[in-house]
Design a protein around this ligand. Sequence first.
Ligand SMILES: Nc1ncnc2c1ncn2[C@@H]1O[C@H](COP(=O)(O)OP(=O)(O)OP(=O)(O)O)[C@@H](O)[C@H]1O
Length: 599
Amino acid sequence: MKRTPVAILAAGVALAFLPQLGLPAFYDAFLYLVLHWVVLATSWNILSGYSGYFSFGHGAFFGAGIYTSANLMSRFDWPFLWTLPVAALVAAVLGVALGAVVFRVKGVRGELFALLTLAITFVIGTIVVNTPLDGGNGVSLAAVAVPKIGPTASSTFYLLALAAAVATLLIAWGIQVSKFGAGLFAIHDDEDAAEVMGVPTFRYKLMALAISCALAGVAGGIHALFLSYVTAGEVFTITVPLTVVLMSVLGGTRHWAGPAIGAVAITGLLYSFTAADHAVAGKALIGAILIAAILFMPDGILMRVQRLWRRSPALPALPLGAGGAEGAGPLQAHGDGTGPVPSPQPAPGGRGSQAQAEVLLRVQGLSKSFKGVRALAGVNVEVRRGEILGLLGPNGSGKSTFINVVSGHYTPTGGSIWFEGRSLDGLPAHRIAGSGIARTYQIPRPFGHLSVLQNVAIATMFGGAVGDPATANRLAMQWLEFTGLQDKAMARPDDLNLHQRKFLELARALASRPRLVMLDEVLCGLTPSEIDEAVALIRRIREQGSTIVFVEHVMRAVMALTDRIVVFNHGELLAEGGVRDVMQRPEVMSAYLGQVAHA
Ligand SMILES: Nc1ncnc2c1ncn2[C@@H]1O[C@H](COP(=O)(O)OP(=O)(O)OP(=O)(O)O)[C@@H](O)[C@H]1O
């Protein structure tokens, strides 16, 4: 069994004996509040810290839990403990209903998402006040019996919050080290790139929101009875979201334990000042600490401590598996069918034999317009299994748009796409990736907070359907060996030069074991010797079985690599055929080569 969950459980069991010491109720109440904020901050972090969708609506879900439990207890005489699962469910359903709408709108990210979730808090608060749920007078729970879990009522609340905190931390840890967590971290850094690499972004965000809300709902349910009298004016405020954001940012949002550390620090400080009758001074001090933390520890206390511990300032927290290279085994000579093994047979349809090869990708009448700009105007293209098809054309002729539409990054305006005989029409990008198509970006788009190894491991997990992060890390290491980046496995993408970043794009594309790879100007910006290296690598990619669509302006690479070319001009197919034949044609010379000659 893994050490972390055992440690969390052991700490939980040890803390459960605290009430046996017979401490004054004051300490029970203080510890209850600490654990209460641990649950709230950690649950917030599961969506907002991991995926980067900063929510200011946590008060709404917490409040939904409070009012669900309060009403079930006061109106329907439900036993307190029975109300907790319902509080979790109501909060989760509320979150899913919100996410199902909001997560579909691409524009609602960042600050817009934060503002929208805050607005939801006030809307729900207004509804609660103006309905019998609260009625404007609040709900009194003075008559509700506190279950006898601990020796006293205050110790019961402490034990309930402890159980909720242990469960929440275990869930947060489990998500962080899982494939699900890796997908959330990828969404955090570049949602569109994550989707194109096979991460089901919509489903993952919805799942994270549902879990986050359910845990907040449980915290709310417990807190309702702890308060014994609840009013909407105190529940549906900005205080809850603001506090959990501060706690998580202080502790560190990229680690399951970060928000808990922040919660302990801030609650402890606030309480010690309140107890000493210096509440205002306490709040001012916390403000100062937060400003200092944001300035000097922008990744949070935990990350800073981890860096000092490892004496490696560049090393980020490792969300995948047991932690980066430790999980990466030695390169397997022939792998298990998912790593970069040499193809036992020559690739079907090498140079000169494409006429007989099966059609892998068929694109018919494909068009794409951007508010009046016709980027693709009904092109028909066939890509044959095993070939390297060059996609050429002057600037703005629609080459990148072709890749963007086929990979699902953009929805086409018209036409149809068939891959291995199956229609891709209407499929989301992650399902297109899952069906065996990978792409690189003209300007590399690595996940900036993840290591080079983790970047590739994500492609292995989602495009390559590897479920276990440790296996994904091992396979990712093989792809780094294949592209010559093995020495950079633990570096951040920011530490790579352009050449290495382009090769990282290639490694990520290959790691999903695609049957079709679309390379968008991978040679752009490279030196002549780097281009030679890349050309050799692309040959090796074809040799190990992939079909390649190759968008490129570097003509010597096009000449060296392609079996056939198609030429676009103004979003239309201008010519196609053998590279030497097509490039001699006058219409191509004037459209494409003419422009290059004048460039
Ligand atoms: N997201 C977008 N919004 C608006 N217009 C776009 C968008 N993407 C592409 N276009 C337009 O579509 C046309 C085709 O662009 P595209 O990037 O596909 O050309 P390209 O052949 O790849 O060019 P280059 O060789 O310079 O990369 C251009 O006029 C471009 O301005």
